[in-house]
Ligand binder design. Structure first.
Ligand SMILES: *[C@@H]1O[C@H](CO)[C@@H](O)[C@H](O)[C@H]1NC(C)=O
Ligand SMILES: *[C@@H]1O[C@H](CO)[C@@H](O)[C@H](O)[C@H]1NC(C)=O
Ligand SMILES: *[C@@H]1O[C@H](CO)[C@@H](O)[C@H](O)[C@H]1NC(C)=O
Ligand SMILES: *[C@@H]1O[C@H](CO)[C@@H](O)[C@H](O)[C@H]1NC(C)=O
Ligand SMILES: *[C@@H]1O[C@H](CO)[C@@H](O)[C@H](O)[C@H]1NC(C)=O
Ligand SMILES: *[C@@H]1O[C@H](CO)[C@@H](O)[C@H](O)[C@H]1NC(C)=O
Length: 243
C-alpha cells in the first residue's frame, strides 16, 4: 500500500451534534477522515459508546464500539458511519462518547497508541426535534461546530507517525452530498436487514434480498470480529511491555 510521506491527518465527528432530533430507527453517527490513507500507518482507531440518560447500560445503549481505521483510499475524505436505534426508547438525552487513538513515534518504546483525542456529544431525542440531516450538518453555516482533531504527520515510523505542531482543523472541507448521504443510509439498511440479524421492525427492508449479496454482511462482521480480537491482542502485548 502506498501513502503520502507526510501531510495532515484529521478526524471529524460530523454527526450527531448537540441538537434535538426526532426518533430514528437508523440514527446516524458519522466521522470523516481527511487523508484516510494515513490512518493505517498511524495504527489509528476509534472507540465509542452510546447511552441514554445517565445509565451507560440503559436499554438501547451500545458499548465498546471499535472502528479500526484500516482504509487506504489515497485521495478522498472518507466517511465512517454507524447507525443506532433511537425510536424504541422514550424521549430523552443520549451521550455519544468517543476517542481517537493514533501512534506518536516520539512517545513510545513499544507499539502503543500514545495520543488520544475525543470527547462526548450530548443530543436529545424528541418527537418535536429536527430530522437528522447529514447534508446540512456539513454545510457552510454548520460545519464549524464539528468536533475535529488534526495531526501534522511529518514522516512515518513503523506503525506510528512523527508528529509536528498541532495544525488547525479544517472540518468545513468535508461535504456530504445528498447522494453520499443516501448511500450511507442504504448500506446501513442493508446491514440492518442482513440475514442473522435481529431486524428492527421500524427499518424498512428491501422486499427481496438475493443470496449472493446476503452473504457479504456476514463475512464483513466476521472480519470485524477478527480484527477486534487482533486489537485486543495488541493491547495485551502493550500492557505487558509497559508493565
Ligand atoms: C447544547 O445546546 C444547548 C441548547 O442550545 C446549550 O444550552 C448547551 O450549552 C449546549 N451544550 C454544549 C456542550 O455545547
Ligand atoms: C441501567 O439500566 C439497566 C438495564 O435496564 C438496569 O438493569 C440498571 O438497573 C440501570 N441502572 C441504573 C443505575 O439505573
Ligand atoms: C508526540 O510525542 C512528543 C514526545 O513526547 C510530544 O512532545 C508531542 O507533543 C506528541 N505529539 C502529540 C500530537 O501528542
Ligand atoms: C507540518 O509540518 C511541516 C514540517 O515541520 C511544516 O513545514 C508544515 O508547515 C506543517 N503544516 C501545518 C499545516 O502546520
Ligand atoms: C463544500 O461546500 C462548500 C459550500 O457549500 C464549498 O465552498 C466547498 O468548496 C465544498 N468543498 C468540497 C471539498 O467540495
Ligand atoms: C416501531 O416498531 C414497533 C414494533 O413493530 C411499533 O410498535 C412502533 O409503532 C414502531 N414505531 C414507529 C415510530 O413507527
Amino acid at each position: 500500500m502506498s501513502y503520502p510521506g507526510s501531510g495532515i491527518f484529521e478526524v471529524d465527528l460530523v454527526f450527531p451534534r448537540n441538537a434535538t432530533y426526532t426518533p430514528q430507527a437508523l440514527m446516524p453517527i458519522v466521522w470523516a477522515l481527511h487523508n484516510p490513507s494515513m490512518a493505517p500507518p498511524l495504527a489509528s482507531y476509534i472507540t465509542w459508546s452510546l447511552w441514554e440518560g445517565n445509565n451507560q447500560t440503559s436499554p438501547g445503549s451500545l458499548d465498546g464500539g471499535l472502528i479500526e481505521l484500516l482504509v487506504g483510499d489515497a485521495s478522498n475524505d472518507r466517511m465512517i458511519s454507524k447507525f443506532s436505534n433511537s425510536i424504541d426508547y422514550p424521549d430523552g438525552y443520549w451521550t455519544l462518547a468517543w476517542s481517537l487513538e493514533i501512534a506518536n513515534c516520539s512517545q513510545y518504546t513499544g507499539p502503543s497508541h500514545a495520543v488520544t483525542r475525543g470527547g462526548s456529544t450530548i443530543f436529545t431525542v424528541s418527537k418535536s426535534g429536527e430530522e437528522p440531516d447529514l447534508v446540512a450538518a456539513t454545510s457552510a453555516g454548520q460545519c464549524d461546530a464539528i468536533y475535529a482533531y488534526a495531526f501534522n504527520v511529518t514522516s512515518f515510523g513503523s506503525a506510528c507517525g512523527h508528529l509536528g505542531q498541532t495544525p488547525t482543523t479544517n472540518p468545513c472541507a468535508v461535504n456530504i452530498s445528498s447522494s453520499a448521504a443516501s448511500s450511507l443510509y442504504a448500506s446501513a439498511t442493508a446491514s440492518a436487514c442482513a440475514p442473522n440479524t435481529v431486524v428492527n421492525p421500524n427499518v424498512t427492508c428491501p422486499t427481496s434480498t438475493s443470496t449472493s449479496s446476503a452473504s457479504i454482511p456476514a463475512s464483513q462482521s466476521l472480519m470485524v470480529t477478527r480484527t477486534a480480537l487482533m486489537m485486543l491482542l495488541v493491547g495485551i502485548i502493550n500492557f505487558i511491555l509497559m508493565g
